[in-house]
Write a protein that binds this ligand. Structure first.
Ligand code: NAD
Ligand code: UDP
Ligand code: UDP
Length: 343
């Protein structure tokens, strides 16, 4: 129960406690930072559907108003253009902290801004959570494991991260965000949750964000060659966005702090992924090899035993089912179909 933990009045108490008991847990005030982005907007859909009042805070660096435009007429939905690197005053019961560019191309674009977002931005959201007694969930990343020496990755593994490389603004930034989260938990008694998200794909991903799934899908649709970096033998595990959102909500509502790996254990080399994309979109699509980027992790696959056992969660959508759903969305957006580009 939210109250027992925070010791502060819930929304329903503060409005007079007139809401029927059965609805109490459902109608929360929830802040989603980065809620206009890919994952955030899908999370917002589910929270709104559940009956929560949702506030999105987003600076629109990689997010788009269009991702949440279908909620703008809803009086229980609000979007605020704000950069989390600056303090903000709000009153909510839960904070899902997602604000941070996720694609390597975007987070390397302005690395100092990325690390500020992860460190100062997370500090501000923790300070906010502390002031109002809100529950705080951090979306961390599999990148905290760096180029892992343990496979698959278990939450107890401390990782193999280059502190001075071109990816460090993101992976060291997220590691610091995890540290801050645990220090606010221990030092300020804050109720916190940590998710370590593995590669996720689905509708509303930025079309040209440089991530491998969005690149391959857009390239195949545009009849361009699929760009495989390096020898294409590096591996990743791809999770469909609805599975992730389910996991994030179970984590927030559950009793356990984490960290929890949230990802799909199905592991693919980039060449295997290219084959799935060819089979789904265009069997004739060509493959073109390109030099790989610095510090690219060689392999990645989540061990999700902890989430299975303690959250009762596991992904349901395999790549061959999720990919066509994303292709439908990309096709509409690339070829300018008149229909709405949401799921
Ligand atoms: P995204 O880039 O689509 O969304 C991030 C959102 O945060 C965008 O709407 C962006 O405008 C906003 N944002 C960025 N900096 C901000 C700032 N300083 N102030 C306010 N808003 C800001 O990325 P996503 O894929 O939706 O990722 C969401 C979260 O999940 C991120 O924290 C990311 O690190 C984490 N994550 C994602 C993946 C993945 O595969 N998608 C994997 C691991 C972790
Ligand atoms: N903060 C915020 N909103 C709030 C409360 C705090 O943005 O409602 C910011 C605050 O500006 C500070 C950070 O969160 O930079 C950490 O706050 P905390 O109170 O933990 O630390 P302090 O302000 O004492 O350094
Ligand atoms: N990659 C690729 N072709 C592309 C984009 C990426 O082969 O057009 C590779 C990249 O080198 C990495 C993997 O795909 O090994 C996943 O990259 P992505 O940027 O999607 O996410 P990451 O897991 O590196 O954050």
């Amino acid at each position: 129960n939210h109250l027992a933990v925070s010791g502060r009045p819930s929304f329903h108490e503060s409005v007079g406690g007139k809401v029927p008991l059965g609805l109490r847990r459902r109608q929360l005030r929830v802040l989603v930072t980065g809620g206009a982005g890919f994952v955030g907007s899908h999370l917002v859909d589910r929270l709104v559907e559940r009956g929560d009042s949702v506030i999105v805070v987003d600076n629109f660096f990689t997010g788009r108003k269009g991702n949440v435009a279908h909620h703008l007429q809803n009086p229980r939905f609000e979007v605020i253009r704000h950069d989390v690197v600056e303090p903000i005053l709000l009153e909510v019961d839960q904070i899902y902290h997602l604000a941070c560019p996720a694609s390597p191309v975007h987070y390397k674009y302005n690395p100092i801004k990325t690390i500020k977002t992860n460190v100062v931005g997370t500090l501000n959201m923790l300070g906010l959570a502390k002031r109002i007694g809100a529950k705080f969930l951090l979306t961390s990343t599999s990148e905290v494991y760096g180029d892992p020496l343990q496979h698959p990755q278990v939450e107890t593994y401390w990782g193999n991260v280059n502190p001075i490389g071109v990816r460090s603004c993101y992976d060291e930034g997220k590691r610091t965000a995890e540290t801050l989260t645990m220090d606010y938990h221990r030092g300020a008694n804050l109720e916190v949750r940590i998710a370590r998200i593995f590669n996720t794909y689905g509708p509303r991903m930025c079309i040209d964000d440089g991530r491998v799934v969005s690149n391959f899908v857009a390239q195949a649709l545009r009849k361009e060659p699929l760009t495989v970096y390096g020898d294409g033998k590096q591996t990743r595990s791809f999770q469909y966005v609805s599975d992730l959102v389910e996991g994030l909500m179970k984590l927030m509502e559950g009793e356990h702090i984490g960290p929890f790996n949230l990802g799909n254990p199905g592991e693919f080399t980039m060449l295997e992924l290219a084959k799935v994309v060819q089979d789904t979109i265009d069997k004739e699509a060509r493959i073109e090899f390109r030099p790989n980027t610095a510090d690219d992790p060689h392999k990645r696959k989540p061990d999700i035993s902890r989430a299975k056992e303690l959250l009762g969660w596991e992904p349901k959508v395999p790549l061959h089912e999720g990919l066509p759903l994303m292709v439908t969305d990309f096709r509409k957006r690339i070829f300018g179909d008149q229909e709405e580009s949401t799921e």
